[in-house]
Write a protein that binds this ligand. Structure first.
Ligand code: ADP
Ligand code: AMP
Length: 243
């Protein structure tokens, strides 16, 4: 039987040390529960790993989870596939269930970054119920405010490393070798829904279904507006200022 001890035997010392140091640093960090809201291409996935690292949070992106489910042809994946290809939102109950389960992960103990959830007011209400049961609440909602006109170039130039969720851009954040992930050397892909046509539907879904969620959090006075059209390091600086 695989025990924790004989599993750890095979982990290189360097990795163990890095993990130990990370846990020591994280022990002193305050808990944080964050939501990132913004249209597709506004930079949520680019900023998430930076915030995750700084505050030792888990990063939950339902879009990434759904793409993994589609690739594995799980029941959730099979149900979500059509809506995703068309740039429509998948049913609320599908994502709510996924997020509820994911929040139980040990990596979410110090808090979380929800990147792409909630995207409807119903999802926001369900999240409130989930967190109430745990006796916690959302600390801040970061609104990645940006003009639609900028998004097509960002979306059509996006390249991703599916296993890690790392994001590149052919013009704004190119990998060292075109088409290759800097860290693993694996091949990068372009998302099937990152086309000008599907982007139109995704933006329509954002304006009709997700913008009311921004108001929902504005009324709770936990909303922070960011200038998401600025260069990535300036957006990072704005985020650090408000957190
Ligand atoms: P989202 O997760 O909100 O859909 P991403 O973080 O994946 O958006 O960003 C979309 C594309 O734009 C990516 O290719 C990314 O490299 C690029 N990008 C992200 N932030 C900026 C920025 N501030 N300026 C220019 N390009 C950016
Ligand atoms: P994203 O990776 O965030 O751009 O999401 C890709 C696709 O996954 C979206 O166009 C939706 O079809 C689906 N999706 C992601 N998050 C949600 C959500 N919170 N609610 C409904 N559908 C979602």
């Amino acid at each position: 039987m695989e025990t924790a001890e004989n599993f750890l035997e095979d982990v290189p010392s360097q990795d163990l040390m890095t993990e130990l140091l990370r846990r020591m640093k994280c022990a002193t960090k305050p808990d944080k529960r964050l939501i990132l809201i913004g249209p597709p291409g506004s930079g949520k996935g680019t900023q998430s790993p930076i915030i995750k690292e700084e505050f030792c949070l888990c990063h939950l992106a339902p879009g990434d989870m759904l793409r993994a489910a589609v690739a594995k042809k799980t029941p959730v994946g099979l149900e979500a596939k059509k809506a995703m290809e068309k740039g429509q939102l998948v049913p609320d109950n599908l994502v709510v269930g996924m997020i509820n389960e994911a929040l139980e992960k040990p990596s979410c103990k110090k808090g979380f970054i929800l990147d792409g959830f909630p995207r409807t007011v119903v999802q926001a209400q369900k999240l409130d119920e989930m967190l109430e049961r745990k006796g916690v609440k959302v600390d801040k909602v970061l609104n990645f405010a940006i003009d639609d006109a900028i998004l097509e170039e960002r979306i059509t130039g996006r390249w991703i490393h599916p296993a890690s969720g790392r994001t590149y851009h052919s013009k704004y954040a190119p990998p060292k070798v075109p088409g290759i992930d800097d860290v693993t050397g694996e091949t990068l892909i372009q998302r099937k829904d990152d086309t000008p046509d599907v982007l139109k539907s995704r933006l329509q879904a954002f304006h009709q279904q997700t913008e009311p969620v921004i108001d929902y959090y504005r009324k709770k006075s936990i909303l922070e507006n960011l200038h998401a059209d600025k260069p990535p390091h300036e957006v990072t600086a704005e985020i650090k200022k408000v957190l």
